[in-house]
Design a binder for this molecule. Structure first.
Ligand SMILES: [Zn+2]
Length: 85
């Protein structure tokens, strides 16, 4: 089955705390919850625990949601169980 833009809905409906990010700077693979989080920056800033590069920025405001993954080489999430169990 081909992947479509509709599949992005599944990504953003998931709990991403267990997602694994591969740092674009050093290549370290780490679960999102184990990163260094800076919630009080202008946006939520997530830094790589190995090299401290910014791997993710997330912010809301002005009726918009912004997600910057330019510092992430790869985001891996376990697919939901279609049976819902
Ligand atoms: Zn890194």
């Amino acid at each position: 089955m081909a992947t479509t833009l509709d599949d992005l809905r599944d990504l953003f409906a998931l709990d991403l705390t267990g997602a694994v990010l591969t740092c674009g700077g050093c290549g370290e693979r780490t679960e999102l919850h184990a990163h260094d989080l800076y919630p009080d920056a202008p946006a939520l800033v997530v830094r790589c625990p190995s090299c401290t590069a910014v791997v993710l920025r997330f912010g809301t405001g002005g009726g918009r949601i912004r997600l910057d993954l330019s510092g992430t080489r790869l985001l891996t999430v376990t697919a939901p169980d279609p049976a819902g169990s």
